[in-house]
Structure formats: C-alpha cells, structure tokens
Design a protein around this ligand. Structure first.
Ligand code: ADP
Ligand code: NI
Length: 209
C-alpha cells in the first residue's frame, strides 16, 4: 500500500469513528468528537507540547466503545482500534498510545493512571471541557433524557441529571491536567454555577433579590 499522508490518515480515522458511534446519544455524537479534537489541538498549540497526530487520532477515537453505549459488542476495543490503525500502516507506538488514551480517559476510570503522557493529559482535558459550560449542560440533559432519568428530585441525591452535576461536573475544574485547560475550565465552571443558582431559584419559586 502506498504511504498515506497525514490528511488521508485523518480522513480515514474520521470515517471509522463515525461508523463506530451510531448507537450514541446526541451528546456523544460526531460533533462531540469534532469539538474534542479541535479543543485538544488548541491545547496542544497553547501548551506547545504533545504530538499533534497522536492527539488528533486519540481525540477522534476516545469514545469508541464507551461502556455507556456498549452492548453486544464482541470484539475487544483495543483489537478493534489496533486492527484498524494497522490497516493504515500506523506505527505501533502511536497505536499503543491511542489505545491507552481510549482505555483510561473516562472520569469513571477513577484516579489518574500510571504512565500517562502529555497527549493523554491534553485529550482528557478536552473531553472534560466538553462536559462543562453551556455545551456540558446541554449534553447532560440530553444524556439524562436518553436514559429517561428525572431532571431533579429533591428527595433523592443520585440518578437525576442535576445530581450528576454534583457527582461529576462540578468536580472537573479541579481535575484539569494542563494550565491552558484549567484556565478554560474556570469560565465554564462559573457558567454551571450560574445555571444551578437560577435553577434552584426557579424550583423554590424564590423572588429575585
Ligand atoms: P465519561 O466517559 O467520563 O463519562 P464522556 O465524554 O463519555 O465522559 O461523556 C460524559 C458525558 O455524558 C458528559 O457530558 C456527562 O454530562 C454525560 N453524562 C454521563 N452520565 C450522565 C448522567 N448520569 N446524567 C447526565 N449526564 C451524564
Ligand atoms: Ni467524550
């Protein structure tokens, strides 16, 4: 096979990613991948570190086989990604890094993994930035609707979408890896607080002070 140039590789990865996410909700659709890719490349240029090709491929493939949407999948995620990237003649060290990022990026994966790289830090920050701010709010309610969760229940802490703000979204600002990511997270975090203040004001029918 003739060597592909960078743009040809990215086009192939985009097509593969689109084929893999057909069961996802609107908050984990192609546009989420595209936003995370763009944000990650911005973080890369602002931080001046991390390999742009690894970052772009990893961002596009970070939600492949997300366990929230993974039912009846037979092939292991790493085999699926590995097999595909090998077919594009991508070097093994790049393939391993992309698989590592896919495996470890999720918030629910818990504490920071060992052997993380600058590329990991950047793609994880970009994914987390998409979970806060105005887009984060839109995604949370879309996912809640997709799962038929309640918007809010004052008697139960978890399983509501407002509960998810406290379980996860409000914690993300403090978990950012990069300096640029942290700066961007501040504005988006403030917007979550603004939204929650207004939400509870309306819920309790408090008069504006
Ligand atoms: P992660 O793998 O860390 O969950 P993702 O990029 O897959 O990260 O996306 C998480 C997105 O899904 C966020 O925007 C988040 O708000 C939304 N989400 C996940 N669980 C819930 C939930 N229980 N209620 C509302 N939104 C949720
Ligand atoms: Ni994501």
């Amino acid at each position: 096979m003739q060597e592909m140039n960078k743009q040809q590789i990215i086009t192939q990865v985009e097509e593969f990613a689109k084929r893999c996410i057909t069961q996802h909700d609107g908050g984990h659709d192609w546009w989420h991948l595209d936003r995370v890719r763009k944000t990650a490349l911005y973080l890369q240029s602002s931080e001046g570190s991390g390999d742009p090709l690894i970052i772009e491929i990893s961002a596009l493939l970070h939600d492949i086989d997300d366990k929230k949407f993974r039912e009846g999948e037979s092939m292991k995620t790493e085999e699926k990604i590995g097999f595909f990237l090998k077919s594009l003649n991508i070097e093994n060290n790049i393939i391993n890094e992309v698989i590592y990022i896919n495996k470890n990026i999720s918030f629910s994966a818990g504490t920071k993994p060992v052997n993380f790289s600058k590329e990991f830090d950047i793609v994880q920050d970009a994914d987390r930035l998409d979970a806060i701010g105005a887009i984060g709010i839109a995604r949370a309610f879309n996912y809640g609707g997709f799962r038929n969760n309640v918007i809010y229940d004052p008697e139960v802490n978890s399983s509501s979408t407002i509960g998810h703000f406290y379980d996860k979204l409000l914690k993300l600002r403090e978990l950012m890896n990069t300096t640029t990511g942290k700066q961007l997270a501040y504005e988006r975090h403030d917007f979550l607080e603004l939204f929650l203040n207004q939400f509870f004001k309306e819920w309790e029918f408090r008069k504006r002070t």
